[in-house]
Ligand binder design. Structure first.
Ligand SMILES: C[S@@+](CC[C@H](N)C(=O)[O-])C[C@H]1O[C@@H](n2cnc3c(N)ncnc32)[C@H](O)[C@@H]1O
Length: 264
């Protein structure tokens, strides 16, 4: 297993507190109805398109390894990237128990990952994980609109994995829409899984006292971040999951108006 070095975080940031909060939301029996519905629809789409096919898949922020159990049995290669040590341990145990020798766990922060170029058929980042990528600022005011429209950590991670796709590959990102219903669902979910939101209503992200942070997106903010990663809007499709969520699909192939592959 490859261990990735952690990038520098702000001094004093307690990553273990955020990891525990994430684990609490993932493993809790409580689930907000709209968030659960979005997740179920996300998984239905993934199953119908990819289950049973031998593919090289990267799962960014694989949590407890749930998706590896569904997609690795077909063969191919399944790489789960995860930074929270306890969740990584659950993934490792799960995949060992299930005999999934082709499912490989890569423990560490995605910001330090060096994925192989042109390797994956599918790169996915599910269940609102793209909204967790950011610098660790002590002062929440540093997450300005300008920052959120060109988030360097998101751009870096997505850019690296975009270049790790085969020319025929696809990237899938599950994200919250920036609508009041999504913010209400986030607040409900975090409060019912032991966290304490500290952001003012209407912020474009929710942060909690426990160190968790999760952004919501408009089409414009997502496209401007993707542009920062070298991805043009013509490649991007916003698939509706429900009123609070999109499954954003990005095609690596030659889909530009000119018929020219401009992938950088
Ligand atoms: C919302 S959970 C989703 C877990 C899983 N994909 C699922 O659908 O059940 C987000 C996961 O991404 C991980 N994660 C978030 N940011 C990360 C980063 N920068 N590097 C590696 N893992 C990260 C978290 O530790 C957590 O396990």
């Amino acid at each position: 297993m490859k261990h990735l070095p952690a990038p520098p975080d702000r001094e004093g940031f307690d990553q273990s507190s955020e990891n525990a909060a994430v684990q609490g939301t993932l493993l809790s029996n409580y689930s907000n109805p709209l968030i659960r519905e979005a997740r179920e629809r996300q998984d239905e789409i993934l199953r119908s398109r990819f289950q049973g096919q031998r593919l090289a898949i990267a799962d960014l922020g694989c949590g407890d390894g749930y998706h590896g159990s569904i997609f690795a049995p077909a063969g191919g290669t399944f790489h789960g990237y995860e930074m929270a040590p306890d969740l990584a341990a659950l993934t490792r145990e799960r995949w060992q128990r299930e005999g999934l020798a082709n499912a490989v766990l890569k423990v560490g922060n995605l910001a330090a990952a060096e994925p192989p170029g042109g390797f994956y058929d599918v790169v996915w980042c599910l269940y609102f994980t793209p909204g967790n990528f950011r610098d660790r600022f002590a002062d929440l005011d540093q997450y300005t609109d300008d920052y959120l429209d060109a988030n360097p950590v998101f751009i870096d991670i997505v850019g690296h994995f975009w270049r790790a796709l085969k020319p025929t590959g696809v990237m899938l990102l599950t994200v919250y829409k920036d609508v009041p219903e999504a913010e209400a669902a986030q607040l409900d979910f975090y409060r019912n899984t032991g966290q304490h939101p500290i952001t003012s209503p209407g912020s474009r992200f929710v942060a909690t006292r426990e160190g968790f942070w999760s952004a919501r997106w408009t089409r414009e903010s997502l496209l401007s971040n993707l542009a920062g990663a070298g991805i043009s809007a013509s490649r991007v499709t916003f698939n509706e999951l429900n009123e609070i969520a999109w499954l954003v699909e990005i095609a690596a192939g030659s889909v530009t108006e000119m018929g020219i592959d401009t992938r950088s």
